[in-house]
Ligand binder design. Structure first.
Ligand SMILES: C[S@@+](CC[C@H](N)C(=O)[O-])C[C@H]1O[C@@H](n2cnc3c(N)ncnc32)[C@H](O)[C@@H]1O
Length: 292
């Protein structure tokens, strides 16, 4: 949905833009191609490996930080107010394909799953040290796993005998909990839950959304692509209501007290053609908002 993202940003050629999920740099390159020599692009990625893809261009700055610090780093780079912000959430194909990062159910590796390898919390720590009730919550809420309680209890019992160190260890330990014929889907949900916890993805997204309203110029655009319902719900609620739960608040004059207006009604999804080429697009939801 590259074209839809670019349309959503409605790029002013001399404007200042932020790509908060640089990854392989595909979206950043597209943004740069719409900017003139006065334009500027800041790109965040909490994975320092993404710096390898940094673009050699005077208008471009790479920031190896979590986007939960959006406002501080935009300030540091004298970039506030900005004209548009793009987020393409989740893990990059590079991260999935690097076996040792432990993101993929396809490879064996230590249970890691950190996007930022300096951060102290790994999937191994979550699986071996979190209380059973916490594991139950994570698998139930982040993974939407039906038998989250028995899954958590299975892990809590197994680790009494031996620590669960690798992807293969985890698969062996939980094998009896996996519904027959649904192995891949179930494991993907388990991995998604652990990844969200390890990277504190929902907390970072909330902080980012609040700060995006603080750094955007009035009329500036926020474009967010998310890949699971928990993320999309946060984005949808913040754009629609200015908060993550509950109803929109009104000011003294009865106007909605919220920083954004939605540009598109509902979420934009990928076309059948795009899904054929890129399976990840199947679950993508794109939301576009304008700063009031
Ligand atoms: C789906 S990829 C982005 C791909 C990119 N749009 C492209 O064109 O190549 C998501 C990237 O965002 C990064 N990321 C995810 N959450 C982040 C966060 N909270 N702060 C900074 N970077 C984050 C990941 O490390 C990953 O490289």
């Amino acid at each position: 949905m590259l074209d839809e993202c670019m349309e959503g940003l409605a790029i002013r050629p001399e404007g200042t833009y932020v790509d908060v999920t640089f990854g392989g740099g595909g979206h950043s390159r597209a943004i740069l191609s719409h900017l003139n020599k006065y334009g500027k692009l800041l790109a965040f990625d909490q994975d320092a490996d993404a710096r390898q893809n940094a673009i050699d261009d005077k208008r471009f700055v790479f920031i190896d930080q979590n986007f939960r610090y959006l406002k501080n780093f935009c300030r540091l780079h004298h970039a506030i107010p900005v004209d548009g912000i793009l987020a393409d959430l989740g893990v990059s194909s590079y991260q999935f394909d690097e076996a040792e990062r432990g993101f993929s159910i396809r490879f064996d590796a230590e249970l890691d799953m950190r996007m930022n390898r300096q951060s102290p919390l790994t999937a191994k720590e979550v699986v071996n040290c979190y209380p059973e009730a916490e594991l139950h919550r994570i698998f139930g809420i982040y993974g939407e796993i039906q038998n989250a309680k028995s899954l958590a209890s299975t892990i809590a019992t197994a680790r009494l005998h031996q620590p669960i160190i690798t992807v293969a260890d985890l698969k062996n330990v939980i094998a009896a909990r996996i519904p027959k014929g649904k192995e891949n889907k179930y494991l993907a949900q388990v991995f998604q839950a652990l990844r969200i916890e390890v990277n504190q993805e929902l907390e970072a997204l909330k902080q980012f959304l609040v700060q995006s309203a603080e750094v955007l110029e009035s009329g500036g655009r926020l474009v967010v692509m998310s890949y699971h319902s928990l993320e999309d719900r946060l984005v949808k609620n913040y754009i629609g209501k200015g908060k993550f739960s509950g109803e929109v608040e009104k000011d003294l004059y009865g106007n909605d007290n919220k920083p954004f207006d939605a540009v598109s009604r509902g979420a934009i999804t990928a076309s059948e053609e795009e899904i054929k080429i890129n399976n990840r697009a199947r679950s993508a939801k794109l939301r576009i908002a304008v700063k009031k």
